[in-house]
Design a protein around this ligand. Structure first.
Ligand code: NAD
Length: 427
């Protein structure tokens, strides 16, 4: 019996993001005349692990039982790679969709990885530090046979950070009996983490702006930028934007949205957020309805929070000339259709936010070699890889008369398909 997404979806992988990922993949598979057998294989994740596990609350009375996931989309290219998110609505379908996106992303920028993703269904904002540590160590034990430097290498994503990666690395190392830094990336530099990993996604994203701006005949300096999400990606993207002379005029996070036409001092805003756990109440700004943030009058929009926020409904009201996708999957297929019609330039997630996995790749290489590079080397290699991918995607888009997402997916999927055909099928 052949598996199609409709058959697999409702029972196992059903989620809006997974459906979006497959619709996107099928569209491009048609355009590149992808072999039917390869198409059927790539629509589904290769390995999916669902676990439930308990962790103790601080009072040592209550024990919570939660769901955890780790999905490896594709083994063909090397070990798998992808973040772990802690969020209250994580589910298998979402993790599978994000693992698939990671495959195309790694392939597009030429990294020797297939895509993976993991998650725990929990609201991390209500956990104490010690609760988060117990949760992380137990989750690591549940997936320990699934991960490893040659198998699958996790990294931070929404709701997780350097500290969570350090606990994961420590738990793994303790259980295998020796220190193994290369099991995870996005660790603190004191235990083998890479310099510049923390800011890599946001800064990498903004390193694409000069080329995008020149493509649109728009100046970088003075351009008005709106950022949704002020976490690891949004904060460093906003900082890089203001260092490049852009004006960051609105920022939002889970607590609310703030607006200042004169542009924010991002360091000051970051200090406020660190003290107050959110942008809400920031004094040098007006409060804004978060629903209006995406449709504000601006030049560049950076969605850097969650998936599925730019839809067929709000896309026609978006005024930005360029959208740089910091988040994974922020734009639905219906919204993409609107942008293809009205000419808004969307730099897709698999290209725009690939700085994170690229510096993660550098970190893994450095850990395996026990030889660490300078910040200047890391930043230069990151810029070179991302900007080469951007120029290849721009060329492909012009040559095929398509948008950048289609061109990026064409390149990413083609390389994976070639590798699968070259390896053949066992037995
Ligand atoms: P994070 O947890 O550090 O930050 C997320 C931010 O989004 C927080 O400021 C949070 O308050 C905000 N947020 C959450 N829900 C929101 C909502 N509904 N509206 C507005 N803001 C909201 O996470 P992150 O690592 O910055 O990841 C953000 C996005 O970027 C995710 O989609 C993630 O998959 C993607 N991404 C992250 C990396 C990385 O290196 N961290 C790399 C590539 C892609």
């Amino acid at each position: 019996m052949s598996l199609d997404v409709d058959a697999a979806g409702p029972s196992e992988l059903s989620s809006p993001l997974y459906r979006e990922a497959v619709v996107q993949f099928d569209r491009v598979a048609d355009m590149i005349n992808l072999d039917d057998n390869i198409r059927a294989r790539l629509r589904l994740p290769q390995r999916s692990l669902v676990v439930t596990f308990p962790f103790r609350r601080d009072d040592y009375e209550a024990v919570d039982t939660v769901f955890g996931y780790r999905v490896q989309h594709l083994q063909t290219m090397g070990p798998t790679k992808g973040g772990i998110r802690y969020a209250p609505d994580v589910n298998l379908g979402e993790v599978a969709a994000l693992a698939m996106l990671m495959t195309w992303k790694c392939s597009l920028v030429g990294l020797p990885f297939g895509g993976a993703k993991g998650g725990v269904r929990i609201d991390p904002t209500v956990l104490s530090r010690s609760e988060k540590q117990r949760l992380t160590r137990r989750y690591t034990m549940e997936i320990i046979n699934f991960i490893g430097p040659d198998k699958d290498i996790p990294a931070p994503d929404m709701g997780t950070d350097e500290q969570v990666m350090a606990w994961l690395m420590d738990t793994y190392s303790t259980h295998i009996g020796h220190t193994e830094p290369a099991v995870v990336t996005g660790k603190p530099p004191s235990i083998g983490g890479s310099i510049a990993r923390r800011e890599a996604t946001g800064r990498g994203l903004m390193s694409l702006l000069p080329t995008i701006a020149s493509h649109l005949s728009m100046p970088v300096a003075g351009s008005r930028v709106v950022v949704q999400g002020f976490g690891k990606v949004g904060r460093y993207a906003a900082l890089a934007a203001s260092e490049m002379g852009c004006k960051v005029i609105a920022v939002s996070d889970i607590t609310g949205a703030v607006h200042n036409d004169a542009g924010f001092d991002i360091d000051d805003l970051a200090r406020f957020v660190a003290e107050n756990r959110g942008v809400n109440g920031y004094r040098h700004a007006d409060e804004l309805d978060p629903a209006e943030l995406l449709t504000l009058d601006c030049d560049v929009l950076l969605p850097a929070a969650v998936g599925g926020v730019i839809t067929g409904e709000n896309a026609p009201r978006i005024k930005a000339r360029a959208i740089l996708e910091g988040a994974n999957g922020p734009t639905t297929a219906a919204a993409d259709e609107v942008f293809r019609e009205n000419g808004v330039l969307v730099v897709p997630d698999i290209l725009a936010n690939a700085g994170g996995v690229t510096v993660s790749y550098f970190e893994w290489v450095q850990d395996l070699q026990n030889y660490f590079w300078s910040e200047a080397e890391i930043v230069a290699r990151l810029r070179e890889i991302l900007n080469r991918a951007l120029s290849e995607v721009l060329d492909m888009a012009i040559q095929k008369g398509t948008d950048l997402r289609t061109a990026a997916l064409m390149k990413g999927i083609r390389r994976v398909a070639d590798a699968k055909l070259a390896r053949g099928m066992y037995p």
